[in-house]
Design a protein around this ligand. Structure first.
Ligand code: BV8
Length: 225
């Protein structure tokens, strides 16, 4: 059975009603990245950042997976152990669709992190500034999100799985953000077949062997077969 690594981005959740980042009216259109997705932004205005993620957490909690998430869950069920989803998304739509092998390289809205002792716990729907860590009791709770300038999670495992991949697919991502946008180059160097499924060509489309343009809810079920 081929080993498949699938990178997903905000575009796979767009048809579930969750905003993307760089499309018209996307999340970054309403907020400067520096203000809401950097440690400096959190340090200078924690309330703005906590409110930003509380709003997204509430929206994500209400969102349902779409046919693209469902198709990937079916693929994993048909090939147990051979499919890994590496998502840049912080929503839980892959898990809601039934996927079990999911790595959140940019963190997760459902998780809170203690900036002092690195304890993690299930985030309340609405976090507050200066919330106490349930472990060390210091007022150092923050969203468990990888901000710009911070090191993405699971990088060693991701790199190991890319080196073994027979197929690497990128779904719903613009190829703006590294190191995720560099995964296609790594997978190709290891000999994987590389496939992009996106509404429009990404910034790294030229590095893919195959590309399928269109809505993820249509292209992904067709690709999965
Ligand atoms: C790091 C937080 C060091 C959570 C996010 C070169 C090398 C290394 C680093 C850098 C580099 N150059 C610059 C950097 C630094 C920086 C970076 O990449 N900056 C960019 C802006 C230039 N990277 C970092 O800081 C990263 N850390 O590099 O540490 C390091 C490196 C390697 C190893 C060890 C240490 C940390 C980056 C993480 C930042 N956090 N999010 C949150 O708020 O959500 S990034 C943010 O962008 C989200 O996570 C999001 O998922 C991600 C990527 O965006 P996309 O998912 O692609 O979303 P976007 O809107 O851009 O695109 C949507 C796409 O979907 C579009 O193409 C659209 O056409 C398509 N689409 C829309 N609708 C549909 C659709 N497709 C199909 N169907 C549809 N219906």
């Amino acid at each position: 059975m081929p080993k498949i690594v699938i990178l997903t981005g905000a575009g796979i959740s767009a048809e579930s009603g969750l905003g993307t980042f760089r499309d018209e009216g996307g999340l970054w259109a309403r907020h400067r990245i520096e203000d809401v997705a950097t440690p400096e932004g959190f340090a200078s205005n924690p309330q703005l950042v906590v409110d930003f993620y509380n709003a997204r957490r509430a929206q994500a909690a209400e969102a349902s997976p779409n046919a693209a998430h469902a198709a990937l869950a079916r693929l994993e069920a048909e090939m147990p152990g051979d499919v890994l989803i590496v998502t840049q998304n912080v929503d839980a739509l892959h898990e809601k669709a039934g996927s079990q092998n999911v790595l959140h390289m940019h963190g997760a809205l459902t998780s809170a992190l203690c900036a002092a002792c690195e304890h993690r716990w299930n985030a309340p729907l609405a976090m507050t500034v200066g919330e106490a860590c349930p472990s060390c009791e210091r007022p150092t709770a923050r969203p468990d999100i990888v901000w710009f300038g911070e090191i993405p999670y699971h990088m060693e495992e991701i790199e190991a799985r890319l080196s073994e991949a027979d197929i690497f697919a990128a779904i719903g991502t613009s190829g703006n953000v590294y190191p995720a946008a560099g995964f296609v180059q790594a997978a190709a160097a290891y000999g994987a077949l590389t496939v992009e499924l996106n509404l429009e060509p990404s910034l790294v489309v030229s590095q893919f062997d195959e590309t399928y343009s269109g809505l993820a809810s249509e292209t992904v079920p067709k690709w999965v077969g």
